[in-house]
Design a protein around this ligand. Structure first.
Ligand code: SF4
Length: 796
């Protein structure tokens, strides 16, 4: 066994679950303590210091975590990262490795029994490995043989449409551009991405309403806003540096309206660890008003806000709505206004769980604001009515002219560091024709014109055998996707799965008949492909593009960069039948950037512009000049029908969410500090009165059973009930544990995004004989009242 193998990692034992009181503030000293402890334990002090001091710096590398933007270069501090950014670096730059011998001693069947937490904590993948057809184990393979296997298999397909090229949102712009180019020259637009599972509803709604599927604000707008509305978003865990921006905004006089079922710590108070006030626990109070909306009630709430603004404008004889903006820059106002006047307040109160007075308080904040920024995330996008809800935010923003002026705008907050950049680079199963035309002009081949498969349709195609090869550029597709049982079987149906990865995950063990794991350089590592120091570029959630260059020595000499891997796959597949200079692209990524500047809209002189300190911002017509490239040439008001999910008696509406110790499917640890949960993950948060009404007690073990319109049921076993401050009738559980409850066919109308945030469930006494269902764990609640901020670490 390699000298890099350290003490064995213990898998999760749910019987060790601890529950404490949730926190009412975010970060503070515990945030620093956890950041330092995790990075030093994982990487050693020198490596930790070297990487953290370069994280999010102008001459450093971009955080692998979320897509929150960096401040202007002159305002960056020497520690420009959050607790979760530090955890992301620790995860990638760990000195723990998975050598080829690991796979000789662990069969695929044995690995399947472990959680994603255990798999990820085995360390960095350091050598390519292959599962020969239906073999029980992975074994080492050379890079050349791996590429030859990919090329032979792809060329042997009956049609290019039998291959799927998935991208996770960490892939750099250069790699994303090369990847879509490879797929399209091979002959398919089957380019699903993680965006299909998160902000696709945003992209669809905004593209239709304002003409571009991206947010319209810059960081400065947050600082300058009068009001910031945060809907369905938990910035303290998912975009922690947003708290710093919110603190600046508050100091500048902004108010914050938080709309979320749970009173998340990061919506309530921020103890900034970089200030004396924050360290002493004084901190900044964030939300001036928290509306605990019932799950899926946002569409009703925003329709009510729209109506109240309209009525107040009429009552005052003007001054609430921006009539000039509406006349000059929008269409559809009259139809929308006519429709909204028919709003049924009874329905609104049922949908939102809020009374009219509470809603009026929120509307008053909008009315009093001269410039409002609307932020949202997955709490909004993963519902059946998500596209309509986002159009409703947009309607309200348009009413007040809150697009294209300082301190105002639409701010979808993206979850993965380059998910927006990947889409800009053409990772899109429905890419516009002008992009395909530009590819044809640049390379002289005819790209496929028909739309490709998105994530949900890719799973269907694998399940049905109409797709046979799955290539994953990063990510953990199996754990990210809904309907886990169906997704796993679909993946296992593939002839070949190819995963370009840094760490072991479930997609490697629920794999195709043949499977490859190709270990890639991480973003924190030096990339010397072609014998020169390479850099890559990324785009943040606010359309700013900048360079990233890792400082650390790679975990192994066998690692290759994503660009190198893609160019090699393309050459092995396309042979001489390619007009793309793949060797040049691999030798110097500047050549990729030159091509990007010719093909990708808004990227002229790309390589020169990313050389500027802090990079450059991509054009956004509504933000820059109040031009709206929609079908009417103006921003469009859209009326939407209001329907309420009526949850039957004895049932709850469940949303999935992340713990504070995870990023997407990566489970960093077992400490959801803000919600008071540690050492376990299979919990379901339920209101105290619902627990009693359903005949259970706090701490009981239950199975979660989801019920769907088509009469099907799905089950996820062995969750412990945790009493929590959530609206009556609502519940929450972590994902991916809750993913098996969401059917593949339950998707948002218009975006096909899985509906992980509105799942009707019932709680049942546990049916299995799993040890965790015996109720033999530490008595839940026994630690309530414990004053310690940091739970005992699961990992030593
Ligand atoms: S806020 Fe997001 S991008 Fe910034 S350091 Fe934290 S995880 Fe990384």
């Amino acid at each position: 066994m390699s000298k890099n193998r350290k003490s064995p990692i213990k898998d999760i034992d749910e019987k060790e679950l601890w529950v404490r009181h949730p926190k009412d503030y975010a970060v503070g000293i515990p945030g620093i303590a956890v950041s330092l402890k995790r990075t030093v334990a994982s990487m050693g002090p020198l490596r930790a210091a070297r990487s953290l001091l370069k994280l999010n710096q102008v001459d450093g590398f971009d955080c692998q975590g979320c897509a929150w933007p960096d401040p202007a270069p002159e305002h960056r501090k020497s520690a420009e990262f959050c607790e979760n950014g530090a955890k992301a670096v620790a995860e990638e730059a760990t000195t723990r490795h998975v050598p080829p011998e690991f796979f000789a001693t662990h069969s695929i069947q044995e690995l399947e029994r472990h959680t994603d937490f255990w798999l990820g904590h085995q360390g960095r993948l350091v050598h390519p490995v292959v599962r020969r057809r239906d073999a029980t184990h992975y074994e080492p393979i050379s890079w050349d043989d791996a590429f030859a296997l990919i090329g032979t298999t792809l060329r042997g397909l009956d049609s290019p449409g039998e291959a799927i090229f998935y991208t996770s949102g960490k892939t750099s712009n250069e790699a994303a551009y090369a990847y879509q180019l490879f797929a399209r020259q091979f002959g398919t637009n089957n380019l699903p991405d993680c965006s299909n599972m998160c902000h696709e509803s945003t992209s669809v709604a905004l593209a239709e309403a304002i003409g571009i599927g991206k947010g319209s604000v810059q960081l400065q707008d947050i600082y300058d806003a009068d009001l910031i509305v945060i809907s369905g978003q938990n910035p303290g865990t998912n975009h922690p540096r947003m708290l710093t921006a919110l603190e600046v905004a508050k100091k500048n006089g902004a108010k914050i309206l938080a709309i979320n079922p749970l009173p998340e710590a990061g919506l309530l108070k921020f103890d900034n660890p970089q200030t004396v006030r924050g360290l002493s626990g004084v901190g900044t109070h964030l939300a001036d008003l928290h509306l605990p909306v019932r799950i899926n009630g946002d569409l009703a709430l925003w329709q009510a806000f729209g109506l109240l603004l309209l009525e107040e404008d009429e009552r005052r004889g003007g001054g609430v709505l921006d009539r000039d903006f509406i006349v000059q820059h929008t269409s559809g106002f009259d139809d929308w206004a006519k429709e909204i006047r028919t709003l049924d307040w009874g329905l609104v109160e049922r949908a939102t769980g809020l009374d009219r007075a509470e809603i009026a308080r929120g509307a008053r904040m909008l009315i009093d604001s001269g410039a409002t920024v609307h932020c949202w995330a997955m709490g909004i996008t993963q519902h059946r009515n998500a596209v309509a809800t986002i159009k409703e935010f947009t309607n309200v923003a348009l009413l007040q002219g809150n697009i294209g002026r300082p301190g105002a705008g639409l701010c979808p907050v993206r979850g993965h560091s380059n998910v927006q950049g990947d889409r800009t680079m053409g990772i899109w199963e429905k890419v516009p024709k002008h992009f395909l035309d530009a590819l044809q002009q640049e390379y002289g081949f005819e790209p496929p014109q028909e739309n490709g498969l998105d994530t949900v349709d890719s799973i269907r195609a694998l399940r049905d055998g109409t797709a046979k090869v799955f290539v994953g550029m990063g990510g953990n597709f199996v754990s990210a996707a809904p309907d886990t049982v169906v997704t796993e079987k679909a993946m296992q149906n593939a002839e070949l799965t190819v995963m370009v990865s840094t760490k072991l995950n479930r997609s490697h063990v629920r794999c195709g008949h043949s499977a490859l794991i190709l270990p890639a350089l991480g973003r924190s590592e030096r990339d010397r492909t072609g014998g020169i120091d390479q850099r890559v570029t990324v785009e943040d959630s606010m359309s700013a593009v900048h360079a990233s260059r890792g400082p650390l020595e790679p975990a192994s000499e066998h690692l290759r960069s994503e660009v190198d891997i893609i160019a090699s796959m393309a050459q092995a597949t396309l042979g001489h039948d390619t007009s793309v200079p793949w060797s040049d692209y691999r030798a110097d990524y500047t050549n990729v950037r030159r091509a990007i500047s010719h093909v990708v809209p808004g990227c002229a002189s790309y390589d020169e512009k990313v050389d500027r300190p802090g990079g450059f911002v991509l054009p956004h017509p509504p933000r820059d000049s109040r031009e709206f490239p929609t079908k009417t040439g103006k921003a469009i008001f859209t009326p939407s029908p209001l329907a309420v999910i009526d949850v039957p008696e004895g049932r709850l509406l469940l949303q999935s969410l992340r713990s504070h110790d995870q990023f997407n499917t990566t489970i960093y640890g077992l400490d959801d500090r803000y919600r008071g949960i540690s050492r376990g993950r299979r919990v379901v948060f339920v209101h105290r009165d619902d627990i009693t009404a359903l005949g259970f007690e706090n701490g009981d073990m239950v199975d979660l059973v989801s019920e769907w319109d088509d009469g099907t049921e799905r089950s996820a076993p062995s969750f412990r009930i945790v009493e929590y401050d959530t609206p009556r009738g609502c519940a929450a559980a972590y994902y991916p544990e809750a993913n098996p409850l969401v059917p593949l066919d339950s998707t948002a109308r218009g975006s096909n995004c899985p509906t992980s945030k509105s799942v009707v469930i019932r709680l049942e006494p546990p049916s299995g004989d799993d040890a965790t269902s015996e109720g033999g764990g530490a008595p839940i609640g026994s630690d309530l009242g414990h004053k310690s901020d940091v739970a005992p670490e699961h990992l030593s």
